[in-house]
Design a binder for this molecule. Structure first.
Ligand SMILES: [Zn+2]
Length: 278
């Protein structure tokens, strides 16, 4: 599902499909990773069943995959992934960069538990405007590999957190390149979502038939008492002003006097004559 042509494609790969070029590049970087490619349009009905089957039986052990990452470049393809994942209750992370290339987002979707992509579609789509009418013929969308690299970094970072179970996976994380602003907020599912499978999964969550990922209460870790070793037997002193210093300090009054005396001992004239003798 990689659509990272601006990051993967190299001049010598001209003529190859994006999928083949991505696989080749990644295989060169890490030959130990098993890469399987499927080069087809997931929005077409004839491919949808194969797409579902890959998610159901496509893991290394022949079972369900752990996570699906979406890196596609159009609304229709996102909705196909959304539909398939809702149908299977498959956890996935959506990602995207805006047409003007200065903002992006990632959205973690646990069907029924968090908002699916159809629960809160982009405003233009919610108003029923055809996506194809937004793109001007022959005009390429803006491209900033830096924005894509940053968004891809967030996507992979949250993937690692999810798969290796550390930290908090962000339900939604946005990125505004112009302001360096990173909005982050939870997204609860919409009870009037148009996707019937999303509503079914919401019912499962309500009836506690589905394990929560984002909203499950975290176990509180009890911190062990830290024993500080002090091999040099350094002691902390408590002086009159209440401040604790690890070193001895002069009383405030006497240190002021010393500095005044020092300046009064040498006059400006003395300094000028010293300079003149040099
Ligand atoms: Zn939904």
């Amino acid at each position: 599902m990689a659509n990272m042509n601006r990051l993967f494609f190299q001049p010598h790969q001209s003529g190859q499909s994006k999928v083949a070029a991505a696989a080749q590049t990644l295989q060169n970087i890490n030959p130990d990773v098993v890469i399987e490619t499927h080069n087809y349009n997931i929005t077409l009905v004839e491919n949808f069943d194969h797409f579902l089957a890959q998610m159901t039986n496509g893991s290394l052990t022949g079972g369900k995959v752990d996570l699906v990452l979406s890196c596609v470049d159009n609304f229709e393809a996102r909705m196909s992934i959304n539909q398939a994942c809702n149908e299977l209750g498959q956890t996935w992370i959506e990602s995207g960069v805006s047409e003007n290339a200065v903002s992006g987002h990632i959205q973690f979707v646990s069907p029924g538990e968090t908002a699916c992509f159809g629960c809160a579609p982009p405003l233009i789509m919610a108003e029923g405007i055809d996506e194809k009418t937004l793109k001007r013929e022959g005009v390429c969308a803006a491209s900033l590999p830096t924005t894509m690299g940053i968004v891809a970094g967030f996507l992979v970072q949250n993937t690692l957190k999810f798969l290796l179970d550390f930290g908090d996976v962000s339900p939604y994380l946005g990125y505004s390149a112009l302001l360096d602003h990173f909005p982050k907020y939870p997204m609860k599912p919409n009870p009037t979502c148009n996707d019937s499978f999303c509503l079914k999964m919401q019912k499962k969550v309500e009836n506690k038939e589905k394990e929560l990922i984002i909203y499950k209460p975290k176990e509180v870790e009890i911190e062990e008492e830290v024993v500080i070793e002090n091999p040099f037997e350094i002691e902390m002193c408590d002086d009159d002003d209440g401040d604790i210093h690890a070193y001895s300090t002069l009383p405030v009054e006497s240190s002021k006097e010393t500095s005044v005396q020092k300046t009064s001992e040498v006059s400006l004239e003395d300094l000028m004559s010293q300079l003149g003798n040099l």
